[in-house]
Design a protein around this ligand. Structure first.
Ligand code: FO1
Length: 446
């Protein structure tokens, strides 16, 4: 295990008598999981068994049944995969500060490993657990190919400033995964009561589950095979056409950690298909740039996080007359004057996944049709996190910050409301793809 993937979260060296525990949160998979592999390595070193715990938290950042169903079904797969290796999977429920630290206490856990996540809520959870436990506590970046802290020690300005830093480290980090070993001794823990969990989870049922995408580690691998077999070669020219089904649909699996970005990169690189470079740019550089932004900028979801030039230009244009003004309700119910924007909103509500190109247009129009950039960002993030299956993710926060606040983008010729923030227009979309066809396609989604 490359030590650079691991960070210590406390300075305690005394270990407990019991098992090594991996507190799984972001990377919800048994295979290709550096945090689990690290926990297993530490367990074998100390002749201890390893146990995996997952803490199910109600009302996570406004997640709805759409998200919890996808995640919980995926976790059931994880439980089964781990069982085959004699590794117990223990489902906790409640606030991690309580539940995880109690588990460590009650099972005399020898040391705790968890996975990396740059989001504020995860830093808070880890701080609470760290303040309560008296055993060594480690964090492993199992989500990124180049660990976030290894890629750069600071917030990067744009893709071109981080690209070479990451590329120079790929030979060291973009390597194949060792297989998870079967362990002989297993700690006896009570069976998980999935029914009880499902029933007494307080969650928003107004956002229905999705039928078109199946959750879990196996389904994620199938989606990867399909993407490589049928779509990768078309990716460069068709990725910006929402009528073409050339996108990978892998983002929900990556978000819930049901597949490792590293696995995707390894399989795509093997193909030798010319198009792979465009896809790998998105998968590796753009995604790790988003992690970098959320990790080093605590205002990743607000106006204060935008670069100075962007804040200045947006401030200058706050008094500008808005040609249209819509409320959250009007946006949410896709009732604007713009049929293309309405279609993008409906695609997200009904399918849980808006096409990447439309996400930029969609967010920029919210900036154009609200009273302030602050309100625009709040509405965009609220809708994104409520309906997108891959919401509540660094990619989503940065996608909105790029569209509304010019994050990782440059200044453009100034115009009303936007100032120097890049503008996108209806006619611009019409020059890129068949707008009526997209609107019809969305209308036909059941
Ligand atoms: N992580 C957890 O550790 N426990 C949860 O109950 C949980 C719920 C959840 C619901 C929706 C969602 O989009 C993410 C959720 N996550 C949960 C976090 C997730 O695994 C990711 O770590 C972050 O959302 C992305 O960084």
């Amino acid at each position: 295990m490359n030590e650079k993937r691991v960070r210590r979260l406390n300075e305690i060296d005394t270990r407990g008598q019991g098992p090594v525990v991996y507190w799984m949160s972001r990377d919800q998979r048994a295979e290709d999981n550096w945090a689990l592999l690290s926990a297993q390595e530490l367990a074998v070193e100390n002749k201890k068994p390893v146990v995996v715990v997952f803490c199910l938290v109600p009302e996570f950042l406004g997640a709805a049944i759409r998200h919890y169903r996808f995640m919980i079904e995926g976790l059931k797969d994880v439980e089964q995969e781990l069982l085959k290796k004699n590794i117990p999977f223990c489902l906790l429920q409640g606030q991690p500060g309580e539940e995880v630290s109690n588990f460590v206490e009650n099972h005399e856990v020898s040391l705790l490993v968890t996975d990396f996540d740059p989001l504020r809520i995860k830093k808070k959870w880890k701080k609470e657990v760290k303040n309560k436990i008296r055993v060594p506590f480690f964090e492993v970046d199992a989500h990124n190919i180049v660990p976030c802290w290894a890629a750069s020690p600071k917030q990067e300005f744009a893709a071109y400033t981080i690209r070479n830093k990451i590329k120079s480290l790929l030979p060291e980090f973009l390597i194949d995964f060792p297989r998870l070993k079967k362990q002989n001794e297993a700690v006896k823990i009570p069976d998980n009561d999935w029914e009880k969990t499902g029933h007494n989870l307080k969650v928003d049922f107004s956002v229905p589950e999705l039928k078109w995408i199946k959750p879990g580690e196996k389904e994620a691998r199938n989606a990867l095979k399909r993407f490589i077999g049928q779509k990768l070669s078309r990716y460069p020219e068709e990725r910006n056409d929402p009528n073409e089904d050339a996108v990978s649909d892998l983002s929900p699996y990556i978000h819930f950690g049901q597949i490792a970005a590293q696995r995707i990169a390894l399989e795509v690189r093997k193909t030798g298909i010319k198009a792979r470079d465009d896809f790998l740019e998105e998968l590796i550089i753009r995604r790790e740039l988003a992690e970098n932004y959320c990790f080093y900028n605590e205002n990743y979801d607000s106006f204060q996080g935008f670069p100075d030039w962007a804040q200045k230009t947006l401030d200058e244009h706050r008094p500008d007359q808005r040609e249209y003004l819509y409320s959250l309700k009007q946006f949410e119910s896709a009732r604007t004057h713009d049929d293309l924007w309405n279609a993008a909103q409906l695609e997200m509500v009904k399918r849980g996944k808006m096409h990447g190109y439309m996400r930029m247009y969609w967010a920029k129009k919210i900036l154009e049709w609200t009273r302030s950039p602050d309100e625009a960002q709040k509405i965009a993030l609220y809708l994104n996190d409520k309906y997108e299956l891959d919401g509540r993710d660094p990619n989503g926060y940065v996608g909105v910050a790029w569209s509304i606040g010019g994050v990782h983008d440059r200044a453009w010729p100034s115009r009303p409301v936007f100032g120097k923030i890049r503008y996108m227009s209806y006619n611009g979309c019409r020059s890129k793809f068949d707008v009526p066809a997209y609107i019809d396609k969305v209308r036909s989604i059941l």
